[in-house]
Write a protein that binds this ligand. Sequence first.
Ligand SMILES: Nc1ncnc2c1ncn2[C@@H]1O[C@H](COP(=O)(O)OP(=O)(O)OP(=O)(O)O)[C@@H](O)[C@H]1O
Length: 298
Amino acid sequence: MTGTAVKVSGLTKRYGDVRAVDGIDLDIQSGEVFAILGPNGAGKSTTVEILEGYRDRDAGEVSVLGVDPGRPTRLWRSRVGIVLQTSNDTAELTVRETVRHFAGYYPRPRDPDEVIARVGLTEKAGTRVRQLSGGQRRRVDVALGVVGNPELLFLDEPTTGFDPEARRRFWDLIRDLADDGTTIVLTTHYLDEAEALAGRVAVIAQGRIVAEGEPATLGGRATAEATVSWLDGGERKVLRTGAPTGAVLELTARFGGEVPELTVTRPSLEDVYLGLIGSAPPEPRTERTVPATVAGVR
Ligand SMILES: Nc1ncnc2c1ncn2[C@@H]1O[C@H](COP(=O)(O)OP(=O)(O)OP(=O)(O)O)[C@@H](O)[C@H]1O
């Protein structure tokens, strides 16, 4: 698939005096995995709910799969999959009954049992939803979002409450869906999740986009100063430099080979993110910072 899946310009939403969404522009291509990051209250859910057609807007142009979500059609709804933050309300049905029931709403659903397997709930397929754990219920939510075989899938904090294995399994599912050409828009508080899944991310703070780009290069991350750290006579040394390769070569020559406990790191996505939303990135956990050249600490 090619073309634009989501196009937003000047999107604005107020709740009384609160500008929840304050002039957002977005351009999401078909087949992209796009993550929306931001602190609590930044406006992520409001934005996504407007795109899903579940919340009206005050101003701005919005097109989702070529349709204004403010005037949703039944056919359009069947092309869009949604995993909301809140859990479903079919708690008395079993997992299999629930997924089959929802599959019945769509013209071209996926096989319910396959979907249940993909979210790792085969062993719980005959269990009532109300008897599931919180993380298992969340997996049912994900199953319901994908069972309609959507062209575009919205996931609002999809893995909250997942254990690490379930999260990895979910990531695999999202990658498979993306490989099939599904466009995916997800909000998340987990930066590792955004980094693992998304081709592009937008960081929202106070209703505005403060940065947008690939996770690897967001906020100048790829070209930011590197931190070179090593052990010297039992003491941890740290050097911040824009030329880490030269520093490592110098250290290698000095130690005559292997540099003890050498690490070279650039700012993590979390460091960049915290900087963007206005919190200082955490200082590296080191005992001492040394001047600008390796030679300077000889
Ligand atoms: N129904 C509502 N009525 C009034 N204010 C609201 C309503 N929904 C959201 N808000 C306010 O709008 C702002 C944006 O909220 P929103 O839920 O979009 O943020 P979010 O980025 O999704 O946050 P979180 O990460 O906590 O889910 C917040 O200040 C919130 O208090």
